[in-house]
Ligand binder design. Structure first.
Ligand SMILES: [Zn+2]
Length: 147
């Protein structure tokens, strides 16, 4: 079970600027609270250290569960899921033309979108509304290495 302290969780939230590190949903515009998740789960020898923790929205967190890999829908091969501490979002994902959908640029990107269902129907609607309101897409977080 997770032994992540409240202090560490707070650091993860601050580091992520309140943004889901997978689908880039913003905590402040979400009806459900975000969780601090283990990128590599404990059963796969993942640690409670900051370099194995990420902020995830409820949907991404639930769909990811304890998975670390998934099938790339294009070539049908199992690949590792996106690792927000080791990989850069924009290298694996991009927005479509109206910023409502996330498109995978790599096998990892595509598999992660599938596994976490990063284009869930409610997210598409929310992204469109937030785009009109001028608050979507969020700026990609630049990690503060001192955190
Ligand atoms: Zn998310």
């Amino acid at each position: 079970m997770s032994k992540v302290s409240q202090k560490t969780k707070k650091k993860v939230r601050t580091r992520a600027n309140g943004i889901c590190e997978y689908c880039l949903s913003q905590d402040k515009y979400s009806p459900t609270s975000f969780s601090v998740e283990h990128i590599i789960p404990g059963v796969n020898k993942g640690t409670d250290n900051l370099d194995n923790l990420a902020l995830a929205c409820q949907g991404c967190n639930n769909h990811k569960f304890t998975r670390i890999e998934f099938i790339d829908p294009i070539n049908d091969k199992k690949v590792k899921l996106f690792h927000p501490r080791k990989q850069i979002w924009a290298e694996h994902f991009q927005w479509n033309e109206d910023y409502s959908k996330i498109i995978g640029k790599t096998a990892t990107g595509r598999a992660t979108i599938e596994c976490l269902r990063m284009n869930r129907e409610n997210l598409l609607t929310l992204r469109k509304a937030l785009f009109v309101a001028g608050v979507h897409p969020p700026e990609i977080v630049k990690y503060d290495p001192t955190l």
